[in-house]
Design a protein around this ligand. Structure first.
Ligand code: 5GP
Length: 114
């Protein structure tokens, strides 16, 4: 897949406000936050969409959710609650084609989402 802006963040070619990092996953504040807490959790391996993930990515996808759990605990939002969102392709308004999980918190969310 072609490089995205997120590859540049992983490679420190452009700045980001990094909130969490380990060998497989990195998380940083969204540049256009939609809630008081809005963090993007991404795999370092570039995978364009969930449609492109394979069985071999199962552990990596799990690590994204476990990173979300850790971040939520660190930010003291675990008990109050938070929303995890993975937009996929155009109907969901995915704009960056490198899998990312939005972690949103700090306000009350509506359901169903818009
Ligand atoms: P999507 O719509 O693909 O689910 O979400 C992409 C997200 O990436 C958007 O919320 C957008 O604000 C964020 N984003 C796009 N470019 C950048 C950037 O250069 N830095 C950061 N930190 N976030 C970005």
């Amino acid at each position: 897949m072609p490089d995205t802006i997120f590859t540049k963040i992983i490679n420190r070619e452009i700045p980001a406000d990094i909130q969490y990092e380990d060998d497989d996953v990195i998380a940083f504040n969204d540049i256009e936050p939609q809630a008081p807490v809005h963090i993007l959790i991404i795999p370092k391996k570039p995978i364009a969409t969930i449609n492109d993930a394979n069985d071999e990515d199962a552990e990596l996808l799990g690590k994204i959710l476990l990173a979300a759990k850790k971040i939520a605990k660190d930010k003291n939002i675990a008990e109050g609650g938070y929303r995890l969102v993975i937009n996929t392709n155009k109907d969901a308004q995915q704009t960056v084609f490198h899998i990312h999980c939005h972690l949103l918190a700090g306000r009350k969310f509506k359901w169903p989402p818009g």
